[in-house]
Design a protein around this ligand. Structure first.
Ligand code: GYE
Length: 326
């Protein structure tokens, strides 16, 4: 009799599991709370910290949701571990901010197999099968790079040479690939532009300071610094200060930076940074809206871009800097 009941129990568990998998995508698996596993890149920059805050704040006061965030400390392997745990725990939804573009097919297939919907946020993934994710919300990084290039075209007369020092973010991340592409393409089109050095700063202030300090020991002939994020720019500015090289409006080096965080905008307003290209990290409310649309069975676009512009000393006011939310 006992055996009969355990067999019955097993059968009902199997039926329940099958049923649960079928409905999990839109209905919470447990306690009426919709659990979201969020694999975040790291905390490498002010941009990232603002992004994490925006994501957690969007779900924090809503009892219908629980956001479980795992910080990958900029390692894709850590993302795989976190995501596999999310699958095991049976979360209702997964959000991934991918460190780099390549290498996502297998893990995305595992998530699909578990019938869990996925949003790719911020950077992109390079996969052929776009059915592996619901949508990709982020910036148009090539557009950002092109905004910088356009501004530089207006700054460098055709008969003047421009020696450009290029500080690169995490190699293989969409933000790095596209910002680099815009610059490299532009250099091939301007015979008077030259990239005199490409330094790897990994999107962090500490790394940028280290590589810049080393570089400046033997190379001081720089007209433009093209830095792929604000924190690397801050590190580079420190190294330039120590090397006694002037920068900003009227200085030797024109500085181009990406993100346009409050601190960078303040430097720009004060004439220390020449161009801030905006990259908005405040995705939280939009990601939540997309998840709700999905749960309501509404159509959501495959790619969602945010609107962004560029700022110079000439087009920002102190009020604008003060009102900056990140
Ligand atoms: O520019 C940088 C961050 O992927 C847009 O990553 C993001 C970039 C951002 O660490 O500051």
């Amino acid at each position: 009799m006992r055996r009969f009941f355990s067999i019955l129990l097993c059968i009902s568990m199997i039926i329940c599991m099958a049923g649960c998998t079928g409905t999990r995508a839109t209905e919470p698996a447990n306690n009426n709370v919709y659990v979201i596993g969020f694999s975040q890149v790291g905390s490498e920059s002010d941009w990232r910290v603002a992004n994490t805050k925006s994501m957690t704040a969007a779900f924090a006061d809503d009892p219908d949701y629980e956001l479980v965030m795992e910080n990958a400390r900029q390692e894709q392997e850590n993302q795989f571990t976190a995501i596999r745990r999310f699958i095991l725990e049976g979360v209702d939804f997964i959000i991934i901010a991918p460190t780099v573009e390549e290498g996502w097919e297998t893990i995305l297939a595992e998530i699909k197999e578990a019938n869990i919907p996925v949003i790719i946020m911020d950077r992109s993934v390079a996969v052929e099968d776009e059915s592996l994710f619901l949508t990709n919300i982020g910036s148009d990084f090539l557009h950002q790079g092109n905004l910088a290039v356009k501004w530089l075209e207006g700054e460098i007369p055709a008969d003047k040479q421009a020696k450009i020092l290029h500080l690169q973010g995490t190699i293989g991340a969409t933000a790095q690939i596209m910002r680099t592409k815009a610059l490299e393409d532009a250099v091939t089109q301007h015979s008077n532009w030259e990239i005199t050095g490409q330094l790897y700063g990994d999107f962090t202030e500490a790394k940028a300071y280290e590589v810049m300090t080393e570089y400046l020991k033997t190379n001081k002939d720089i007209d433009v610094l093209y830095s792929e994020n604000d924190n690397m720019t801050f590190g580079a500015m420190r190294a330039l200060n120590e090397a006694g090289i002037s920068y900003g409006n009227g200085g030797q080096v024109k500085i181009i930076t990406f993100d346009a965080t409050k601190e960078a905008l303040q430097y720009c307003h004060d004439g220390k940074i020449n161009l801030c290209v905006e990259c908005n990290p405040l995705f939280g409310p939009r990601v939540k809206e997309l998840i709700e649309k999905y749960r309501n069975g509404e159509e959501i676009p495959k790619h969602v871009y945010v609107d962004e512009s560029a700022y110079t000393t000439q087009n920002i006011t102190q009020d604008f800097v003060d009102s900056r939310a990140y």
